[in-house]
Design a binder for this molecule. Sequence first.
Ligand SMILES: [Zn+2]
Length: 406
Amino acid sequence: MGRKPQRIVEAAIIERIGPVTAQELMAMSDDSWGLIRDQITDRRNGKDGLVARCLACECEVYIRTSKPRGIARPLFQHYNGSDPDCRWFQGRNIKPDAARAAQYHGKQESNFHRLMCELVGELAALDPRYIKHTVAQYRPPTENEHGRYPDTYVEWDGFGPFVVEFQMSGTFQTEISARCKHYEREGIPLLWVLFGLDTAAALPQSFIDVIRRHRGNAFMLDQAAVAASREQKTLVLSCYLRGPDGELKVPELVRFDALTIPRSKLPYHEDRIVGPRLAEIEQARRPWFSALAKWEDRFKPLGDLERPQSLLLAAAFSIIAAANGKERNYASGHSNISAMLNTYLSTKVLSPYSDLLKQIIENTRGSGIIKASVHDHLRRYRDAVQATRESRECVNGGAKVGHSAA
Ligand SMILES: [Zn+2]
C-alpha cells in the first residue's frame, strides 16, 4: 500500500540556537540533535531547556525520530494541539485550498522575517559597545526625500550605526538597489543577509545580485554564526566567498566589526570582484610595461607595431604609470609626460589618437597629473580622422588597457 507523502516541519527557530532547517537538523551529529531534543523536552516539562517553534505557525515543536532502515533520523514535529491550519502540520490529510496555502506561505515568511530581525538585535546587544537597536522602525532621512524602515538598525558606541536587511526570496532588484543607494547616501553600512541559501542549487538572480554588491560575499545568519556570536559576544556571520565560476565556497565565520566597509557602505570580508579584476588588468599590462622599459631606441618599432602605434602605446602607459603614482615617461626623453604629449601632438605624430588619449586620461584618474596645455593641444592638433578602440593599434594593447583602468 502506497503511503501519501507526509508534510514535515521544514524549519524551526530554536531558542539560543537560531533557525534550523529540517535539512540542517538531519545533517547534525546524533549527539548534537540528541542534546537539543533533550533540552526541548526538559523545557516542556517545566525545567531548564530550550523552546523550539515552527517557523510557519510559531507553535512549539519537538524533535521526533523516524527510523528508515533502522537508523534514527531527527524531524521537527508539532505538539498536539498546534494550529491545524499550519502548512507544515502533519495531521489528518486535509487538502489545503490554494488560497489558504498561499496565505500561510506569506505568513511563514513574515514570521520568520520578524524573528530573524529580532535575533540580529539580540546578538548585537551582546557586544559591550551596544547602545540600542530597533526592528522595522521608521528612520527619517538626514537629507533625502524618504526615510526607510530598516529591518534591524543598530548603534554601537565608537562604531556608529549600521543596518541589517534580510534578503527574502521575493525581494525585487529595484528595492535592493533603492536601499543600497539610500544607506550609501546616509553613510550607514548596510549588510544584506540571505535566507534559504542553498549552495548546492542554482542561486536565484536576486541572491546573485546581492552577493555581487557585497563583492562576491554571501552572508548568512545560520546556527554556526549564532553560536559564534554568543561565544564572541558580538555579531558574527557566516560568509560564503564566491569562486571564479560563481560557485560558493565553504563558509567562514566573520565578525561584523572586522568587515571592510568601502565607499558604497556595503561591507565585505574578502573582495572577490574588484580586487581580482584589478589584478587581471595588472597582469595584462605587465608584459607591456616590461617591453616599454627596455625600449631604448624610440625610432625603432616596439615589437611588431609601427612607430606611431609604438608611441601611442608608450604614451598611454606613461599616463597609466603617472595615474598610479609612478610617473615615468616611456615615450620620449622629456622630464614630464605633459611635455612629451604636447611635443607629439604638435608634431602631429599622435594627432590621429587625440580622442583615445583624452579617454585614457579621463579613465585613469590621469587628469590630475596632466597639465591644462595638453588639453589645448589635444583639441588644437586633433586629426579629423580618429583611431578608435577597434583600430588595430588599440586591439593590440595600448588604448584597450587604458580603457580598463579603474
Ligand atoms: Zn507550524
